[in-house]
Write a new protein. Structure first.
Length: 304
């Protein structure tokens, strides 16, 4: 057996296969991508700029394109996806493209949007650098990816069940980026004015087994390179579903699955962008603006 490269967290070939299968029945599984795409596109409403050429990176069923309808600021949209199955059904110009090796010329896009896609790349900083490279100077990147709080309930239930029945743990749920690191990743990739924030989307299911079926249908099931290659015991899955229900059931009897979404916002570097002043270069005193008294460092403030 060929040893697994320790730098490759995800099996991208397996991911491509699963995305291809998901594309065949995507209409029934698009609810989460649709919600995330709508929340991402809403963030364009505060930006007063026209974007002549935009890339939708990881288009799935064209949810970003649908959300952009009626927004004249985004003029031409190019779709791309890792899966041929999704790209071939796109509503506009589309191509198959690997997020880890973007096939675009430098400086060709005014805007890059990506919803529910980048959590599957092995080298996220490298992919962000590539996105910055294909943007024009002062071009905008807006991304939404699943974060570290995603499926925490399922992680707990699977870990408890596997430990109890099989006496050990295996990698079953994909690792996700953390919110506290997201803005730093943008900065490391060379983006100006990087901003990251998170939102949680809670989805109710009849039970944990229904959630697992949905994840498989969406192409979002385990694609970790070092995942267990044998089938999970039925007793382990049933026990995990039982634990999930015991710990996370709602009064209705249904269970909740949490999806943390990290929203990334950054601009491609450009000489004309505003920059922070150097220390001591300010022309006005903060104390004057706040109506307070300026004190030197180390000076103690006494009570009257």
């Amino acid at each position: 057996m060929t040893p697994i490269d320790p730098l490759l967290v995800f099996d991208r070939a397996r991911l491509r296969q699963r995305r291809g299968r998901a594309a065949r029945g995507w209409g029934e599984q698009s609810f989460l991508k649709r919600e995330i795409a709508e929340r991402l596109v809403e963030r364009l409403d505060d930006i007063k700029r026209v974007f002549p050429l935009t890339l939708d990176l990881g288009c799935h069923g064209d949810e970003v394109g649908t959300a952009l309808a009626g927004r004249p600021s985004v003029q031409q949209l190019i779709r791309s996806d890792l899966s041929f199955g999704f790209a071939r059904h796109a509503a506009g110009p589309a191509l198959v493209a690997d997020e880890e090796a973007l096939p675009f010329a430098p400086g060709c896009f005014d805007l890059v949007l990506s919803a529910m896609d980048l959590h599957w790349v092995n080298d996220l900083p490298g992919t962000l650098i590539q996105i910055g490279r294909i943007l024009k100077p002062d071009g905008l990147f807006l991304g939404a990816m699943l974060g570290g709080g995603t499926l925490w309930q399922l992680r707990q239930a699977l870990a408890a069940a596997e430990s109890e029945i099989e006496g050990g743990l295996s990698a079953r749920v994909s690792p996700f980026a953390d919110l506290r690191d997201a803005a730093g990743l943008l900065q490391r990739a060379g983006f100006a004015m990087p901003v990251a924030d998170g939102e949680t989307i809670d989805v109710e299911y009849e039970n944990a087994l229904a959630l697992m079926r949905d994840l498989r249908a969406m192409g979002e099931s385990n694609a970790i390179a070092e995942r267990r290659r044998t089938l999970t015991r039925r007793t382990t899955l049933l026990r995990a579903a039982e634990i999930y229900g015991q710990r996370f059931a709602q009064p209705s009897g249904r269970v909740t699955a949490s999806f943390e979404v990290l929203f990334l916002h950054g601009w491609a570097a450009d000489a004309g962008q505003p920059k922070a002043l150097k220390p001591g270069a300010a022309k006005n005193r903060l104390a004057d603006a706040l109506g307070g008294v300026e004190r030197s460092a180390g000076e103690k403030v006494g009570r009257k």
